[in-house]
Design a protein around this ligand. Structure first.
Ligand SMILES: Cc1cc2nc3c(=O)[nH]c(=O)nc-3n(C[C@H](O)[C@H](O)[C@H](O)COP(=O)(O)O)c2cc1C
Length: 173
């Protein structure tokens, strides 16, 4: 059931050494490509990274939490054409990334989103520039996220329950 999938999905930052199969990778990419986008512009593109050295390098793109990328067997960089979708590029990319993460959960894989926007590399430069240079991404693309994916080697702690009353409003705020 979809409800079970939603509850099962967690951010997984620790992975076994097992590779993600070609079939699973195809499923993950298909999920991203199937995500809706404003006016069906499909401005989102993907870079698949499996090279260990590159994964390790990408794991250092920011001072914050991104090291898990270096421990993953696979990462997918989420790029979006800012010129093609000037108003909705953030939403379009976020939905595609979310579809990939839910597909990963459905395949029994773990994933975690590494946020790029506003990040700073260890030398104080933009984290997005660090990734752009490493992956050769043209300027017209915004790099919204790197999604690390692998076989789960971690059972994350339960999160605090959410407060429905504080978050849901009926009819008026
Ligand atoms: C937009 C977005 C950006 C995130 N960026 C990071 C990140 O840079 N590093 C990280 O370790 N986790 C990141 N996460 C994962 C969140 O920390 C995580 O989703 C949150 O703590 C809730 O935990 P859960 O995913 O297990 O439910 C991000 C999640 C989202 C949705």
């Amino acid at each position: 059931m979809f409800q079970d999938l939603i509850k099962k999905r967690r951010s997984i930052r620790s992975y076994t050494g097992e590779k993600v199969s070609k079939e699973d990778l195809e499923c993950l990419l298909e999920a991203g490509l199937s995500a809706p986008s404003a006016k069906n512009r499909k401005p989102v593109e993907y870079i698949v990274i499996e090279d260990e050295k590159m994964l390790d390098h990408l794991g250092k793109f920011k001072k914050g939490t991104a090291a898990f990328i270096g421990k993953a067997p696979l990462a997918i960089a989420i790029l979006v054409d800012k010129e093609a979708a000037q108003v909705t590029y953030v939403q379009d990319a976020s939905i595609a990334a979310t579809f990939i993460q839910l597909q990963a959960t459905d395949l029994g894989l773990g994933s975690c989103w590494a946020n790029v926007l506003g990040s700073t590399d260890p030398e104080g430069r933009s984290g997005e520039v660090y990734i752009r240079e490493a992956l050769g991404v043209p300027e017209k693309y915004s790099i919204q996220a790197i999604i690390a994916i692998g076989h789960i080697d971690q059972f994350p702690k339960d999160l605090p329950p959410f407060d429905r009353k504080a978050k849901i409003h009926y009819e008026k705020y």
